[in-house]
Design a binder for this molecule. Structure first.
Ligand SMILES: Nc1ncnc2c1ncn2[C@@H]1O[C@H](COP(=O)(O)OP(=O)(O)OP(=O)(O)O)[C@@H](O)[C@H]1O
Ligand SMILES: [Mg+2]
Length: 335
């Protein structure tokens, strides 16, 4: 079966395992019988599996390769895990995709080894015809708690804002705080779960903070990337470097992470939390998506007081509503 047809079938199955034949027939303008024959062929090739019969049949993407292992954390080397567990099952993937997986898996394993204090580290990967997923989990202190303690934060949720800014590390002697920032941006989906909090990054979009009922012990990282992704690790690094330079000099900060449930960004202390560590960057894009308005004191603290104290940092608002843009203008040009 040709590649494009397999991909289409897998995408329909991924969206919903039920009524696939009807949706495929609709999409390709063929009869139900022809669509069913294609599905049977795809199953024959091993890219999808099915359960049940007739109209009640349910399809799922078949797992084409998988690997998982529980390691003792002490003395574990991320490159050995990569070589023995991950690389062998990813051999067929294009170089750019394998390169991203090598970067992200080794960074996340290194984090569990160096920062978690856990007894064991679980590493797993699985691949289907569309995408590959990677998991790294430990039963240690938990990433958000660790950051909260290190920065003496009032609220664990502020830890996610610090991670989203980049260049955050609790161990500056040995680390630079770039692992999560870049790995998350190389993936199509990237999630860290710890305690009741999720840090979520999808594609090119801003980072999200989600709260859940269930408690996750330690730290669990899940990542997903399309097998035919055209992204490269280098292009992600370049996006946050200045032209002609290789260093990590730019960042994009999702301002909504500074705004907790039911709050509005009005105060100088909220502004100071937002601008904390901005001086490590030469250019900061403030992404206001998900924020409707900001108060005068907040805007004044960020765009006049902080900016005047740090004239070399370029701060650029993006996705700002008309009300937010007007407030920024007002504090920048006081009359
Ligand atoms: N599995 C984990 N358990 C506990 N804390 C973690 C874990 N992973 C990361 N952290 C915390 O999150 C911080 C940021 O991680 P990140 O990988 O972005 O940077 P880093 O490891 O400090 O530096 P680099 O990755 O550049 O070597 C770490 O400094 C650590 O405090
Ligand atoms: Mg790291």
């Amino acid at each position: 079966m040709e590649k494009a047809k397999i991909k289409l079938i897998c995408q329909l199955v991924e969206a919903d395992g039920q009524n696939v034949a009807a949706r495929l027939a609709d999409k390709e303008h063929v009869s139900r019988q022809a669509a069913s024959a294609w599905l049977a062929a795809a199953r024959q090739e091993g890219v999808i599996s099915s359960e049940g019969t007739g109209r009640g049949v349910r399809y799922a993407l078949a797992t084409l390769a998988s690997a998982s292992k529980v390691y003792q954390r002490e003395g574990l080397s991320e490159d050995i895990v990569w070589r023995e567990l991950c690389a062998p099952m990813l051999r067929e993937l294009p170089d750019n995709v394998r390169g991203i997986w090598q970067h992200a898996m080794t960074e996340m394993i290194n984090n569990a080894v160096d920062h978690s204090g856990s007894g064991q580290v679980t590493v797993a990967m699985q691949m289907n015809a569309l995408f590959t997923e990677g998991f790294v989990a430990d039963a240690g202190e938990g990433i958000f708690m660790k950051i909260q303690k290190a920065l003496d934060l009032y609220d664990t949720r502020e830890a996610i804002l610090e991670l989203a800014k980049g260049k955050f590390t609790t161990d500056p002697t040995h680390h630079s705080g770039e692992g999560i920032f870049f790995s998350s941006k190389m993936m199509d989906r990237y999630t860290i779960r710890s305690g009741k909090l999720h840090f979520d990054h999808r594609g090119e979009g801003p980072d999200w903070l989600l709260e859940h009922e269930s408690d996750v012990i330690g730290t669990q990282v899940s990542m997903r990337l399309a097998n035919d992704s055209t992204r490269t690790a280098k292009e992600v690094f370049d996006r946050f470097a200045l032209p002609e330079e290789f260093s990590f000099a730019k960042t994009t900060v999702p301002v909504r992470l500074a705004q907790h449930e039911g709050e509005t960004l009005v105060s100088r202390s909220q502004a100071k939390r937002l601008t904390r560590r901005f001086e490590r960057f030469q250019s900061v894009v403030l992404d206001f998506s998900g924020v409707d308005e900001i108060g005068q004191a907040f805007a004044d603290e960020v765009f006049r007081v902080f900016q005047n104290a740090h004239p070399d940092i370029s701060m650029m608002p993006s996705n700002a509503s008309a009300a937010i843009s007007a407030m920024i203008k007002r504090v920048q040009n006081p009359t």
